[in-house]
Design a protein around this ligand. Structure first.
Ligand code: URA
Length: 228
């Protein structure tokens, strides 16, 4: 990575500000002053200092995890352990893109990229989430039309959902919002009870079914680009 890009990524300001630091001979690579703003760094081995400060480079993290039940999407886990405890390397800058309830399984994205998370959760694109839902008793198909038109919730109308029956007691439900307990509340509206819930898709991103519960992997460049 170029030295100027590295410094602006690590919080030393715009490229212009960073150039000034370099010009003022405040930047050293492996103890040597570097004047070339385009100096290429080896991120694995080079040590960069600005004045007396050693600059730590934290790469952007984009993880897909197959969340097991009885883990929570929070840093301070009280009743249950945090999903972050499942990661080999713990980092304080990570957060969840769209939380899942403790008893929900499936696709969860963990990142340290706030803009990426914002684009998924609140961006202009309508990014749909798909859930596999198992119910306590047979789903009453008379509610399909209502769900597909949009039902009321929290003083607003939900956007149209999509319902695909899997069995008489299981369905794939695709929704646009991420309201608290949304799927469970939608099924309550249909006089039913969720007994098992798993998120299987966010936008075009499918849960990698080769991931066992609790297992995770980095998103590929292509998967990250889905949300650009
Ligand atoms: N809807 C729910 O009710 N729970 C979840 O975890 C996700 C969506």
């Amino acid at each position: 990575m170029r030295l100027d890009k590295f410094l602006s990524h690590t919080g030393f300001g715009s490229r212009k500000a960073v150039r000034l630091l370099i010009k003022k001979s405040l930047v050293k690579v492996n103890g040597e002053k570097v004047k070339d703003i385009g100096h290429i760094l080896n991120l694995k081995s080079d040590i960069v200092t600005v004045g007396e400060e050693v600059v730590q480079y934290e790469e952007d993290v984009y993880i897909m995890i197959n969340k097991p039940r009885d883990y929570i999407c929070a840093h301070d886990a009280v009743e249950y352990p945090s999903v972050l405890d499942l990661l080999e390397e713990s980092r304080s800058d990570l957060f969840f893109v769209g939380r899942l309830d403790a008893d929900t399984e499936g696709l969860l994205i963990i990142t340290n990229d706030g803009q990426f998370s914002h684009r998924i959760a609140h961006g202009k694109k309508d990014i749909k989430k798909q859930y596999y839902v198992e119910l306590d008793h047979d789903f009453d198909k008379k509610f399909i039309g209502e769900l597909e038109k949009g039902i009321p919730m929290d003083d607003t109308m939900l956007k149209p959902a999509k319902v695909e029956m899997v069995t008489s007691k299981a369905l794939l439900l695709t929704i646009s919002e991420g309201k608290y307990h949304q799927v469970k509340r939608m099924m309550h509206h249909c006089n039913n009870e969720v007994v098992y819930l798993k998120r299987v898709k966010i936008g075009p991103l499918n849960l990698d079914e080769s991931l066992e519960l609790g297992a995770y992997r980095s998103l590929t460049e292509e998967e990250i680009s889905y949300f650009n």
